[in-house]
Design a protein. Structure first.
Length: 148
C-alpha cells in the first residue's frame, strides 16, 4: 500500500492539487481520501473509480496501482496493446479470436501437465477484458482480501 500512497502523492504534486481538490474532482469524501492516503484504509473500488475520474486516467491503471489487479509488464504487452487500440472493431474481434485459440491451447497444456497458469497467462487473459469486466474482477479480489 505504501507504493500506492507514494504514487498518489506524486500525482497530486505533479498536478499541483491538494487532497481536497482531488477528492472533490473524483467525488470522494475528504475523510476517505485522508484515510487512504494516511495508510489507515485500503483503497476500494469506488475510491479507485473516483481517482480515475479525477486524474483522467484509465480505471485499470488505478486498480493495478492499488493492488486490485495484477501489474502489467509482460514482454511485448504494451506494444500489443498499442496495435490493438489502433485496430478497427472487426480486426479487434479477429485478434481476440486468435488470442482465445492460443489461450485454450495453453489451458489444455496446463491441464495435461497438472500445472496452474502462470502470472503472465493471467495477465494475457485480463487484457482481453472490458473496463466493466475488470471492475468485476477487482471487486472479487477486494472481497477475497476482506474475507481473509
Amino acid at each position: 500500500m505504501e507504493d500506492f500512497v507514494e504514487w498518489l502523492n506524486a500525482e497530486l504534486e505533479s498536478r499541483g492539487w491538494s487532497r481536497s481538490e482531488a477528492a472533490r474532482r473524483g467525488g470522494i469524501s475528504e475523510s476517505m481520501f485522508s484515510k487512504v492516503i494516511g495508510g489507515h484504509t485500503r483503497p476500494g473500488i469506488e475510491f479507485c473509480r473516483g481517482l480515475a475520474r479525477a486524474f483522467a486516467i484509465p480505471l485499470d491503471e488505478v486498480f493495478r496501482r492499488a493492488g486490485l489487479l495484477p501489474t502489467r509488464g509482460a514482454e511485448g504487452q504494451e506494444e500489443l496493446l498499442h496495435y490493438y487500440e489502433g485496430m478497427s472493431s472487426q480486426d479487434r474481434q479477429r485478434l481476440l479470436a486468435i488470442a482465445r485459440t492460443f489461450y485454450d491451447a495453453a489451458a489444455a497444456r496446463w491441464s495435461r501437465a497438472n500445472q496452474p497458469p502462470t502470472l503472465q497467462d493471467l495477465l494475457r487473459f485480463l487484457d482481453t477484458l472490458s473496463e466493466e469486466e475488470l471492475a468485476s474482477v477487482a471487486e472479487a479480489i477486494a472481497q477475497r482480501r476482506r474475507a481473509t
